[in-house]
Design a protein around this ligand. Structure first.
Ligand SMILES: *[C@@H]1O[C@H](CO)[C@@H](O)[C@H](O)[C@H]1NC(C)=O
Ligand SMILES: *[C@@H]1O[C@H](CO)[C@@H](O)[C@H](O)[C@H]1NC(C)=O
Ligand SMILES: *[C@@H]1O[C@H](CO)[C@@H](O)[C@H](O)[C@H]1NC(C)=O
Ligand SMILES: *[C@@H]1O[C@H](CO)[C@@H](O)[C@H](O)[C@H]1NC(C)=O
Ligand SMILES: *[C@@H]1O[C@H](CO)[C@@H](O)[C@H](O)[C@H]1NC(C)=O
Ligand SMILES: *[C@@H]1O[C@H](CO)[C@@H](O)[C@H](O)[C@H]1NC(C)=O
Ligand SMILES: *[C@@H]1O[C@H](CO)[C@@H](O)[C@H](O)[C@H]1NC(C)=O
Length: 581
C-alpha cells in the first residue's frame, strides 16, 4: 500500500516544516500567516488542505494553484501531497472525502489503477484510461471529460522552457510546435502570440545572417512574426521563414510550403528550395503522328510529369515522316526550361502517302472497302487522315435522296469505321466520306498521295485495287489490276475532260476484268515508287454483267470540286496549342 506515486517526490521531513523556499519560512509562529487580503491566520491553518484565508491564499489564491505557499513544501513520509503542494495524511488519500483544497486527493488520476499497465495508463476523472503521456500534452484525450488537460493538473507538471512551451491551459508542447500554424494546444495559445514578437530588422550587414535568394516565384514569410520578407537581403540568425511558391509554380516535392531556420553560421538549416513549373506534358502525347521519349540528366523518365531540364526526344510514329522543314533527321529535341516553357514548339509529323510498306503490293494501305446497309460493296481511297474518297453512286440510294451516314461503313484494315459526314460532288460521281475518327496510320493504313503534276495525271498506265474476285469475304488483301488509260472517245464520243477512260490491260495469259464492286476505287499512277490518285472509278454496267473488260469511265481526280480539294488538303491532325507560347 505504500506505493502511492506522485509526480513530485515525497521526501522525508519532520512535521510542520513549512518552507516557501530555501531562503525562509512562510509562516512565523509568533506573528501568524499574512493572507494576501490583509488578514492574518494561525500558522497551523496554512497548507492544511482547507482554505482559511478568504482569498484562499493560505492554500492557493482564488483558482490559481500556481499561487500557493505550499508548492515547495516537503511532506513527512506518512503524508501525501495535494496537487498544489499541501500535505495530507496518507489515509485521507482516496478515501472518498475531499481533503485537499483542490480536491486532488480524490482525483481518479491518482486513485484508479489500470489493471494491466498501472504505470503506463492513467485514469481520467470519467474513469476512462488513457496512456500516461497523453496527459497534459496540449491535446484533449479523455473522451468524456477532457480531464487530462485540466489546468489544476497540468500547470504543476514540469515544462522546461528552453525546449517546451506551456499552453495557457497548462499543457506542455515541444517548442517547435509553437507558431507552426497548427493548433497544438487545445486552447490555441501556441498560435496566438505569434504576431506579437518584437520584429527583428533585416540585417544590412553582409556576411551576417542568412541570404534570401532572389527568386521571382517565391513568397517568403517570417514564420513567427508573419510579415513578408523581400528576397535579395539577409535575415538575422534564428529567423524562421516559410516559403511558398507563386501561382503555377511548385516545389518538386509537391508540398505547399517549406520552412527554414537561419542558423548561427549564417546558413539555412537546409538549402532554400526551388519553385519550378512543370512543362505541359500533354503536347507530347496529343498527336498520333509522334512518339516521345523523355530524359532528365541522361536518365530515362516518364513523359507524364515534365520538370525543367527534361529533354523530350520526339520521333515520328509508324506511318509518319518528319515535316520537310525539319530536315531528314529521325527526331528532334525539346527541352523544358526553368519557366515551365518548352524550348521549341512541338511539330506534328506528316503522314507518309502513296508508298507500299512492304513489297507485297496486294496490301495497298490506302485502299478501303465501302459497304452499305444493302451489303453493296464499293471501293474507296484514303486521301487524308480522316477522309476517304469514293464514288457518289456508292453512297446514294434510290429510296433516299439524302446521303445518310448511318447507312455506310468503311472497312479499313479489316475493321469497320463509321462515317460522320458525306460530301457529294454535285453533278460528278464522287463523294468524300468524313470518318468519325482520325485514323491511326501504320504500315497497313496510309493515305494515297495527291499531285498537281499534269505529267502524272495524264499517265497512260494506271492501277486499281479491288475486292478479291473469288470471295465475298471482307479482307485486307485486295486485288491489284493493271489498267490502260485510253483516249476518252474509246469510252464515249461525248465524254468531257472531267473524266478519263480506262480498261484492264490485255494480258497474254489472263484478261482482267473490272466489276461493279470496284466502283469508287481509286485509280492510281506510280512515279518514282510513289503512288498518286488520278481518278475514281465510276462503273455503271451497260448490260447486266457484273464484270467487264470493256473501257470504263472514271472521274479525273484533279477535276473534283474545289471545295472537296480544300477539304482534303486542310484535313490534318489538329496542332495542339501550347500554353504560354
Ligand atoms: C505580516 O504582516 C505584518 C504586519 O503587517 C508584518 O510585520 C510581517 O512581517 C508580515 N509577515 C510576513 C511573513 O511577511
Ligand atoms: C500536387 O498535389 C496536389 C494535391 O495533393 C495535386 O492535386 C496535384 O495534382 C499534384 N501535382 C502534381 C504535378 O503532382
Ligand atoms: C497518352 O494519352 C493516352 C490517352 O490520352 C494514355 O492512355 C496514354 O497512357 C498516354 N501516354 C503517355 C506516355 O502519357
Ligand atoms: C501478300 O500478303 C497476303 C496476306 O498477307 C498473302 O496472302 C499473299 O500471298 C501475299 N502475296 C505476295 C505476293 O507475297
Ligand atoms: C458506329 O455506328 C453504329 C451505329 O450508328 C454504332 O452502334 C457503333 O457503336 C459505331 N461504332 C463506333 C466505333 O463508333
Ligand atoms: C479506241 O478507239 C479507236 C476508234 O475510235 C480505235 O481505233 C482504237 O483501237 C481504240 N483503242 C483501244 C485501245 O481500244
Ligand atoms: C484477252 O482479250 C483479248 C481481246 O478480247 C483476246 O484476244 C485474248 O485472247 C484474251 N486473252 C485471254 C488469255 O483470254
Amino acid at each position: 500500500m505504500w506505493k502511492v506515486k506522485f509526480f513530485l517526490i515525497i521526501l522525508l521531513c519532520f512535521v510542520n516544516c513549512i518552507r516557501a523556499d530555501d531562503d525562509g519560512e512562510i509562516c512565523d509562529h509568533d506573528q501568524g500567516f499574512n493572507c494576501t487580503d490583509g488578514s492574518t491566520i494561525d500558522c497551523l491553518d496554512v497548507c492544511n488542505g482547507i482554505k482559511d484565508c478568504k482569498d484562499g491564499s493560505d492554500e492557493f489564491l482564488w483558482n490559481d494553484i500556481t499561487e500557493s505557499p505550499c508548492r515547495n513544501q516537503e511532506c513527512p513520509n506518512d503524508h501525501v501531497k495535494c496537487n498544489y503542494g499541501a500535505c495530507i495524511p496518507i489515509e485521507y488519500h482516496c478515501d472518498n472525502y475531499f481533503n485537499c483544497a483542490d480536491k486532488s486527493d480524490e482525483w481518479k488520476y491518482y486513485c484508479n489503477k489500470h489493471k494491466e499497465n498501472p504505470e503506463e495508463f492513467k485514469s481520467c476523472e470519467s474513469g476512462d484510461f488513457i496512456p500516461k503521456n497523453e496527459f497534459c500534452n496540449g491535446k484533449i484525450d479523455c473522451p468524456r471529460d477532457g480531464s487530462d488537460e485540466w489546468p489544476n493538473l497540468c500547470k504543476l507538471l514540469p515544462c522546461p522552457s528552453n525546449t517546451h512551451f506551456r499552453c495557457k491551459s497548462g499543457g506542455c508542447i515541444p517548442l517547435t510546435k509553437k507558431c507552426n500554424n497548427i493548433k497544438d494546444c487545445h486552447d490555441n495559445s501556441d498560435e496566438k502570440t505569434c504576431g506579437n514578437v518584437i520584429k527583428n530588422p533585416v540585417s544590412t550587414t553582409p556576411n551576417q545572417g542568412c541570404l534570401v535568394r532572389r527568386d521571382r516565384n517565391y513568397y517568403i514569410k517570417n514564420e513567427l512574426e508573419n510579415y513578408n520578407i523581400i528576397p535579395g537581403g539577409r535575415v538575422p540568425v534564428n529567423t524562421r521563414i516559410i516559403i511558398k511558391c507563386s501561382n503555377n509554380f511548385f516545389f518538386p516535392e509537391n508540398n505547399t510550403e517549406q520552412r527554414r531556420i537561419c542558423e548561427r553560421n549564417g546558413r539555412w538549416d537546409s538549402p532554400l528550395p526551388q519553385c519550378i513549373k512543370y512543362c505541359d506534358a500533354r503536347i507530347l502525347n496529343n498527336s498520333k503522328s509522334t512518339t516521345a521519349q523523355c530524359s532528365l540528366r541522361g536518365s530515362k523518365v516518364d513523359c507524364n510529369k515534365i520538370v525543367p531540364r527534361t529533354v523530350a526526344k520526339v520521333s515520328c510514329a509508324d506511318g509518319y515522316k518528319m515535316p520537310e522543314e525539319l530536315g531528314d533527321s529521325a527526331s528532334y529535341e525539346m527541352t523544358c526550361e526553368r519557366d515551365g516553357k518548352w524550348s521549341k514548339r512541338k511539330d506534328n509529323c506528316e503522314p507518309i502517302c502513296g508508298r507500299y510498306a512492304s513489297d507485297n503490293a496486294s496490301v495497298a494501305p490506302w485502299h478501303v472497302g465501302v459497304k452499305t446497309y444493302l451489303n453493296q460493296r464499293c471501293g474507296g481511297t484514303i486521301v487524308s487522315p480522316s477522309i476517304v474518297i469514293t464514288a457518289l453512286h456508292c453512297v446514294q440510294f434510290e429510296d433516299d435522296t439524302a446521303l445518310s451516314v448511318d447507312k455506310v461503313v468503311v472497312i479499313i484494315d479489316g475493321n469497320s469505321v463509321n462515317v460522320s459526314d458525306i460530301f457529294g460532288g454535285g453533278d460528278i460521281d464522287v463523294a468524300l466520306l468524313k470518318l468519325s475518327e482520325i485514323l491511326t496510320l501504320s504500315k497497313s493504313i496510309r493515305p494515297i498521295c495527291i499531285t498537281e503534276s499534269v505529267y502524272i495525271a495524264s499517265s497512260t498506265k494506271a492501277f486499281l485495287h479491288g475486292w478479291p474476285k473469288d470471295t465475298k469475304k471482307i479482307t485486307e488483301v485486295f486485288h491489284k489490276t493493271e489498267l490502260d488509260v485510253l483516249p476518252r472517245r474509246n469510252c464515249s464520243a461525248k465524254l468531257n475532260g472531267r473524266y478519263i477512260c480506262v480498261r484492264p490491260a490485255y494480258k497474254l495469259h489472263r484478261n482482267e476484268t473490272l466489276c461493279e464492286g470496284d466502283s469508287g476505287s481509286g485509280i492510281t499512277a506510280e512515279s518514282d515508287g510513289v503512288n498518286y490518285i488520278i481518278g475514281i472509278l465510276s462503273f455503271k454496267p451497260a448490260r447486266n454483267d457484273d464484270c467487264t473488260n470493256e473501257p470504263i469511265v472514271a472521274v479525273r481526280f484533279n477535276q473534283i470540286p474545289e471545295l472537296q480539294k480544300t477539304m482534303i488538303s486542310s484535313d490534318k491532325e489538329p496542332l495542339y496549342e501550347m500554353e504560354n507560347m
